[in-house]
Design a protein. Structure first.
Length: 227
């Protein structure tokens, strides 16, 4: 499935299904402590509330997947084969990684990361009772994580959204940012990695391990949706 940067996303139903599974796998290491804390705070042995919290979290990320698909489809129809690797696709992918690196050191990223790194503060400030409350809290926590991680997800598209290797790399960076003690080390370390990948993608893409270089041709991966 890995077609490299700007991999074909397939049909909407297929992509959303794969995207939800991806998000569950990629985000679980970093969100698991929050779900566990919520479960303890409900003081209930029932798994329903934690599952609803996790479901609300995934709903937030599902909306990101739908938006990404819509942007990719519209962009492909407008640009034609402009995003092909042998035209501007390589340069857009490299620029995406560099923009993601810059976002890592912005105040907005710092605020969102602070919310994700302090689940107790989030719980105390956003507590809602009942099953609908669990969904709302999960969705709200997911929204903060989207603000924290959207640039990393954009980087995944630029490297190969269906690549298991790059999924693991991005998931590792997300967990690194949320779990290590030093927030500054986390953000600046991630920014350095993304910036380096962006420069290499622009200057010497063949030196990047596990990167699938798309075949040159008239077909743009973003504008040819699988039937």
């Amino acid at each position: 499935m890995d077609g490299g940067p700007w991999t074909d996303l397939g049909t909407l139903a297929w992509f959303v299904g794969v995207w939800i599974v991806m998000m569950a796998a990629m985000m679980f290491p970093s969100v698991a402590p929050t779900v566990a804390l919520y479960s303890r705070m409900t003081k209930s042995r029932s798994p329903v509330a934690p599952l609803l919290f996790a479901s609300g979290y995934l709903v937030s990320w599902m909306s990101v997947g739908v938006l990404a698909f819509a942007v990719a489809t519209a962009g492909g129809r407008i640009s034609g084969d402009l995003l092909a690797w042998d035209r501007v696709g390589r340069w857009v992918a490299g620029a995406t990684l560099i923009v993601a690196a810059v976002y890592e050191v912005t105040p907005l990223k710092d605020v969102c990361l602070g919310k994700c790194r302090s689940p107790l503060g989030f719980m105390l400030g956003s507590w809602r009772r009942g099953r609908s409350g669990a969904l709302q809290m999960g969705a709200r926590h997911g929204a903060w994580c989207i603000g924290c991680c959207w640039a990393l997800m954009a980087s995944l598209f630029a490297l190969g959204v269906m690549s298991v290797v790059w999924m693991a790399v991005v998931a590792g960076l997300i967990a690194f940012e949320k779990l290590i003690p030093s927030r500054r080390t986390a953000t600046y370390g991630t920014a350095a990695i993304l910036f380096l990948l962006g420069v290499l993608l622009l200057a010497a893409p063949n030196t990047i391990p596990a990167l699938t270089i798309p075949r040159s041709g008239p077909t743009s991966p973003m504008n040819q949706m699988s039937p």
